[in-house]
Design a protein around this ligand. Structure first.
Ligand SMILES: Nc1ncnc2c1ncn2[C@@H]1O[C@H](COP(=O)(O)OP(=O)(O)OP(=O)(O)O)[C@@H](O)[C@H]1O
Ligand SMILES: [Mg+2]
Length: 259
């Protein structure tokens, strides 16, 4: 490899951190059967930022829930960081999720009585660890999400975008390998959304996290390395904006594939 070349782009393979193999997720509600995932396979390499798009009901959240070990597949395997989630005990899976995965939802899920700083520290407070051991780390994370001057604000004194940035900082507290985000900008205006997408890109690039982000917006998906498009629980195609933020490219590709 020559000086200045990036190993990740020059053929030396990166580790696969998410390996979804022939996964079916079938819901049977009072005889009404829904194939939320219909034989889906997907691998994601370390440090990649993947966006997941698809119409409502196409299985996007189901896929994230499976990768997060929040729900088991009906059949098939979900392997995260070389661990088969189905073979772990409930307790081991819970600990694995807390230590190795960061999860962000459309709702920010902050505790209203706690400050931004305390909300970021919450996972370790729940673990019974003292705040003073984490003060430096929490300050760094608040700086990462550019909220160093909002540390003592409670959620009701923060904008939606700021609240989501607190939730992202909290998701990073344990230095997880993988960040799962389900429509993180679903409640935000376009300016705040853009800040979140830029932050996701920065977290992938600078902190080397693997990111799976569900979004309905081509503008957001364009910040990802790759876009996966689902329909009826199957992958119908992929796009490669390569972090270009080229929304027109994603919008046109999505239109062609998903119609
Ligand atoms: N707990 C459940 N019980 C029964 N059916 C479910 C359940 N969860 C999801 N489904 C069904 O599975 C399908 C996929 O749902 P999923 O939530 O993954 O869609 P989605 O792509 O995230 O949609 P949206 O964009 O609306 O969030 C839908 O048809 C949904 O109704
Ligand atoms: Mg969803």
């Amino acid at each position: 490899m020559q000086a200045g070349q990036d190993a990740s782009q020059e053929g030396s393979p990166r580790a696969v951190v998410v390996d979804v193999r022939e996964v079916y997720k079938i819901y049977d509600t009072a005889g009404h059967v829904v194939k939320a995932l219909d034989g889906l396979s997907l691998t994601v390499e370390a440090g990649r930022f993947i966006a997941i798009m698809g119409a409502s009901g196409s299985g996007k959240s189901t896929l994230l829930h499976l990768v997060g070990g929040l729900t088991p597949p009906t059949s098939g395997e979900v392997i995260v960081e070389n661990k088969n989630l189905a073979q772990m005990s409930d307790r081991a899976r819970t600990i694995f999720r807390r230590r190795r995965l960061g999860i962000v939802f459309q709702e920010y899920n902050l505790l209203p009585t706690l400050t931004a700083r305390e909300n970021v520290a919450l996972p370790m407070l729940v673990d019974g660890k003292p705040m003073r051991d984490y003060e430096q780390r929490v300050a760094e994370l608040l700086a990462t999400v550019r909220l160093e001057n909002r540390a003592d604000h409670r959620p009701d004194a923060l904008s939606g975008g700021e609240q989501q940035r607190v939730a992202i900082a909290r998701a990073l507290l344990n230095d997880p390998a993988i960040l799962l985000a389900d429509e993180p900008t679903g409640n935000l205006d376009s300016k705040q959304s853009r800040e979140i997408w830029q932050l996701m890109r920065q977290i992938a690039d600078e902190k080397n996290k693997t990111i799976l982000m569900v979004t309905h917006e081509a503008q957001g998906a364009a910040f990802a390395d790759e876009v996966i498009i689902l329909r009826d629980g199957r992958m119908i195609g992929t796009l490669e904006p390569k972090g270009s933020a080229d929304a027109a490219l994603v919008a046109a590709g999505y239109q062609e594939l998903a119609g």
